[in-house]
Design a protein around this ligand. Structure first.
Ligand SMILES: O=C[C@H](O)COP(=O)(O)O
Length: 324
């Protein structure tokens, strides 16, 4: 699998006026989405001889994440060390990737951990992403949510993962949803904005499609499935729905928007399945960090175990690839 490089000139999404005609007559069939998505889950879609390359590619797509109440500067520093060297040298040497300069796509933390991640990643070109806007529920006054975005950016976050007010999507208040995301986009300034839809709390795939389109119209650079804190987080059917919206938006506007499934993605097998979905639905360009990210805290560990098996024929104990 040839890994094309990320597009350094990836243009930002300028946004556009709210246009309900792009989504208000779309009805998503849940059963059809589930049937189509089931095909991506089969590992057979990637030949065994190619799996190692696809798993190495998955590593550079990971937003290596820690979003826990017990996060500490030390834990974040350990995560950042892993982000800089995601595959143990003994494995990288055997696989012939030691000189590749392989790193993860970003490190994603809470706002107060941003300075520690920025310091730990100095010289690495790995961006720091911060959640904001009252993550994960988002239920706080808008002016405070915007201040949190500005604070995280001032601390050095290059990417901001914002959360939407689910009520706006549940009630079909698309103008209110558009307005809050637009305000967050302005607060992000030069930082790239990922919009977390919390799809597990939006009730229907039709709402997911509409919220995806509104977020992109309001200037989202990425649309992201989940905070990881909902009862149901990233699934392949929901991802298929969001990716179809992203494709429709691109066909209508010419803008390429990124996609980030997050929450509960823990295995190398899932890393393959989602990459197959992206390749089949959008094409190889979406196998790059500027257009695709995994939000994951533990998936890297399983990928490394699978790569060790490719390299040595043996599986190491899971704890040997613990994250931090
Ligand atoms: O994007 C962030 C997610 O919270 C990561 O979820 P996870 O801990 O289930 O991998």
């Amino acid at each position: 699998m040839v890994m094309s490089h990320a597009d350094p000139h990836h243009t930002r999404n300028p946004g556009m006026p709210l246009d309900p005609a792009m989504f208000d007559r779309v009805r998503v069939n849940k059963q059809a989405s589930e049937r189509r998505a089931a095909g991506f889950g089969a590992r057979r879609s990637v030949k065994k001889t190619h799996q190692a390359a696809w798993l190495v590619n998955a590593i550079r797509l990971i937003d290596l994440t820690t979003l826990s109440g017990d996060d500490t500067p030390g834990k974040v520093r350990r995560l950042c060390a892993k982000a800089r060297a995601p595959v143990a040298p003994r494995i990288a040497d055997v696989l012939g990737i030691a000189d590749m300069g392989l790193t993860v796509g970003a490190v994603c933390v809470y706002p107060t951990m941003v300075p520690h991640a920025v310091e730990a990643l100095q010289g690495s070109n790995i961006p720091v992403a911060s959640v904001a806007t009252g993550f994960p529920a988002g239920l706080m006054p808008l002016d405070l949510r915007l201040r949190e975005v500005e604070w995280a950016v001032a601390q050095g976050a290059a990417e901001i993962d914002i959360v939407i007010t689910r009520e706006h999507a549940l009630l079909g208040n698309w103008q209110a949803l558009y307005d809050e995301i637009s305000a967050m986009r302005d607060a992000c300034g030069a930082a790239h904005m990922k919009v977390i839809l919390a799809t597990g709390e939006l009730e229907t795939l039709t709402n997911v499609y509409a919220a995806s389109m509104v977020a992109m119209q309001a200037g989202a650079d990425f649309i992201k499935t989940s905070t990881g804190k909902e009862g149901v987080n990233a699934t392949l059917p929901v991802s298929l729905t969001m990716v179809r919206a992203l494709r429709d938006f691109g066909e209508a506007t010419g803008h390429r928007i990124g996609f980030k499934p997050a929450g509960g993605i823990k295995s190398a097998k899932e890393a393959l399945a989602w990459q197959v979905l992206m390749k089949e639905e959008l094409g190889r360009d979406w196998l790059n960090p500027d257009l695709f990210r995994f939000g994951a805290s533990s998936m890297l560990g399983d990928i490394e175990r699978q790569l060790e098996h490719h390299a040595t024929g043996r599986y190491a104990a899971a704890h040997r690839h613990a994250m931090s």
